[in-house]
Design a protein around this ligand. Structure first.
Ligand SMILES: CC(C)(COP(=O)(O)OP(=O)(O)OC[C@H]1O[C@@H](n2cnc3c(N)ncnc32)[C@H](O)[C@@H]1OP(=O)(O)O)[C@@H](O)C(=O)NCCC(=O)NCCS
Length: 411
């Protein structure tokens, strides 16, 4: 078996091999190549595993994304995708070989972070990835949908949750792709854990609704000056269930206005909000606290650090402190001990031979990196070892993200 890079000429064999790995048949692409998720594949970043008899048996790809870190820093991140091995060639080390090859290539390009969505949770931890953001669904029966009025004076940061001076307009997805792209881009730059959606994704309709051209109505919110600052893409099913694919808002009051809009839609028995972050304020905005029924809570973005000091110094930090981290990377056969020093919101991270405060696997460092899981949770789970009293509590304060990370981009 050998692994080789792909080019644009390989797109058919790549897509067919990948679909066979998933046991599916590819849909027929539109004449312009748009409307199917794989039209945005970056074939110059793909890998094909080829058996000794010349048959393709495995695929892996990577997208060139940007990831927003705690503190609002926007950095490049490889979005690992299209991973599949033919059913006839499974559990023979094909994926392991592709992962080794890919991680080497990512490092050679200068990437210091890679991310992915896992089809099954047991697959990727062995390769150094840890679950880092979470998402879920909120189902709201229409008769319980009343929202509380905001307390006069607004929120501490000056945003007036619920007091909306803007308006909502209903458009078809086809009419407003440019608006969606622009609003999503503003939103993702301020949201830790969010990924960019490169222009060609929107242009080609590559992804899930509302990126894909599936028929959708979109409630577009505009501010008092008429500038779009949020949207909710939705569809109404026969049973009276209104499903919101995603609610994108550049601030909380816009989210509330969009929620109020879909919850007030006629001929609806319940509203399902997909992709709501676990700690989202929406649940607290119902008069009836049990109105928002949470389900489908799941991991979303998995993060892998390819260069620990670079990754740690790239994100924003909010509390001063110093920690010695002993980091194991068994897949790459590496081990490093680093002193992380945060002063005035900036981190320095250099190798050290001091005694460690915490010992952890690189996959667990990926899980705490964006602030979506606290180090003390992983200490309590037995995944991270703390070597002195107070080390986990200090790590909790240091790794805190300010705003919880969330990602809803599917790739
Ligand atoms: C997941 C998949 C790519 C694994 O490929 P593979 O070539 O069989 O994996 P490998 O033989 O290299 O396995 C490497 C290790 O991962 C483990 N592993 C692989 N897939 C696993 C799974 N689905 N669940 C649990 N463990 C898995 C193997 O047991 C092996 O463990 P070991 O190192 O302890 O021996 C393949 O089963 C597949 O294509 N599945 C369907 C499509 C899919 O889910 N793709 C992933 C998209 S995110």
């Amino acid at each position: 078996m050998m692994i080789r890079p792909t080019t644009d000429q390989d797109v058919d064999v790549f897509v067919e091999t990948l679909h066979a790995a998933f046991g599916r048949f590819p849909e027929t692409p539109a004449d312009d190549g748009g409307g199917v998720w794989w039209s945005a594949l970056e074939m110059d970043r793909g890998l094909l595993a080829v058996a000794a008899d010349g048959r393709p048996v495995g695929t892996a790809g990577a997208y060139s994304f940007e990831l927003t870190l705690p503190g609002g820093m926007v950095v490049p991140a490889a979005g690992v995708t299209a991973v599949g091995v033919m059913p006839s060639h499974r559990r023979q080390g094909v994926l392991r070989a592709m992962m080794r090859h890919q991680l080497g290539e990512l490092r050679a390009r200068g990437d210091f972070l890679s991310v992915l969505l896992a089809s099954e949770a047991p697959i990727y931890r062995r390769f150094g990835y840890g679950p880092a953001t979470y998402t879920g669904r909120l189902t709201v029966p229409r008769h319980q949908a009343a929202l509380v009025l905001p307390r006069a004076g607004g929120t501490a940061d000056g945003s007036a949750t619920g007091s909306d001076s803007g308006c909502v307009e209903v458009l078809r997805r086809t009419e407003c792709v440019g608006i969606l792209e622009e609003v999503y881009d503003r939103y993702r730059r301020a949201q830790p854990g969010a990924l960019s959606r490169p222009h060609r994704w929107w242009a080609l309709g590559a992804g899930q609704p509302p990126v894909s051209p599936a028929p959708r109505y979109v409630a577009v919110h505009r501010d008092a000056d008429g500038v779009p600052d949020g949207y909710a893409s939705y569809s109404l099913g026969e049973s009276g269930t209104l499903t919101v694919d995603e609610t994108i808002a550049t601030d909380d009051s816009v989210f509330t206005a969009l929620a109020r809009f879909v919850l007030g839609h006629d001929l609806v028995t319940q509203v399902v909000f997909r992709h709501v972050p676990p700690e989202h304020p929406l649940r607290w905005q119902f008069v009836d606290f049990r109105a928002g029924q949470a389900s489908n809570h799941t991991d979303w973005l998995w993060v892998r650090l390819l260069d620990v000091p670079r990754a740690l110094t790239a994100r924003g930090w909010f509390t001063d402190g110093e920690l010695v981290l002993d980091v194991d990377d068994p897949f790459l056969g590496e081990h490093g001990r680093y002193v992380l020093t945060v002063r005035d919101n900036k981190a320095h991270c250099v190798p050290t031979d001091r005694d460690p405060d915490l010992s952890l696997d690189v996959s667990d460092l990926g899980s705490i990196y964006l602030g979506g899981t606290t180090p003390s949770t992983l200490v309590r789970a037995g995944r991270i070892r703390d070597h002195r009293p107070g080390a986990a509590a200090l790590a909790d304060r240091l790794f805190h993200a300010g705003r919880p990370p969330h990602c809803l981009h599917w790739f």
